[in-house]
Design a protein around this ligand. Structure first.
Ligand code: HEC
Length: 152
């Protein structure tokens, strides 16, 4: 019993202390000339889908949920955001060269079709990211059209 109490004590203390380790949740300002949905004049409905389902991890407009303020969950959220932005950041779309844009568009199509994006764990807490098949088709069509017409 004594050992159990000690473990509990140190766990609670550890949990309390890690709350003081800061995670950087400041978003960089968005330059609308570089931002995908602005630069491409994405139609309203599609824009809503992309912003609602992808922008939390793939832009500088991340909206952090309440649970993202509690360590160690906050570290996991922040690492997904960092990693997501590293791969694809819609906020700086216009800084990408032609090859990178093409590559990202085809990967975007693949991930939406294959349902690997938005990340399955994220969908559980973000209903707007739980895209229906019709919404996925709409997005895929939009990105395919852009790829074909080279209007990226
Ligand atoms: C909860 C965070 C999160 C959300 C929401 C999210 N992604 Fe991602 N995405 C990631 C992470 C993390 C990676 C990098 C690791 C990986 O590939 O799984 C990634 C990688 C990608 C890649 C690059 C794959 C590669 O091989 O370079 C594409 C394309 C992508 N996501 C598209 C999307 C699209 C489109 C949406 C919205 C429909 C979306 N993601 C929503 C976190 C997210």
């Amino acid at each position: 019993m004594k050992i159990f109490k000690q473990i509990l004590f140190w766990s609670v203390l550890g949990f309390a202390l890690i709350q003081f380790i800061p995670t950087d949740k400041m978003n960089k300002p968005v330059d609308h000339k570089l931002n995908f949905v602005d630069a491409k004049h994405t139609p309203g409905k599609i824009k809503g889908l992309i912003k609602g389902a992808c922008y939390d991890c793939h832009s500088n407009e991340t909206v952090y949920p309440k649970y993202a303020y509690i360590a160690p969950v906050s570290w996991s959220v922040k690492s997904h955001v960092n990693e997501g932005r590293e791969h694809l950041n819609f906020s700086v779309w216009e800084t990408y060269n032609k090859d990178l844009k093409e590559n990202m568009l085809s990967k975007t199509i693949q991930t939406i079709q294959g349902k690997t994006m938005p990340m399955p764990g994220y969908i559980v807490y973000h209903k707007q990211a739980n895209l229906s098949d019709a919404e996925r088709t709409l997005l895929v069509k939009y990105f395919e059209e852009m790829l074909k017409s080279k209007t990226y």
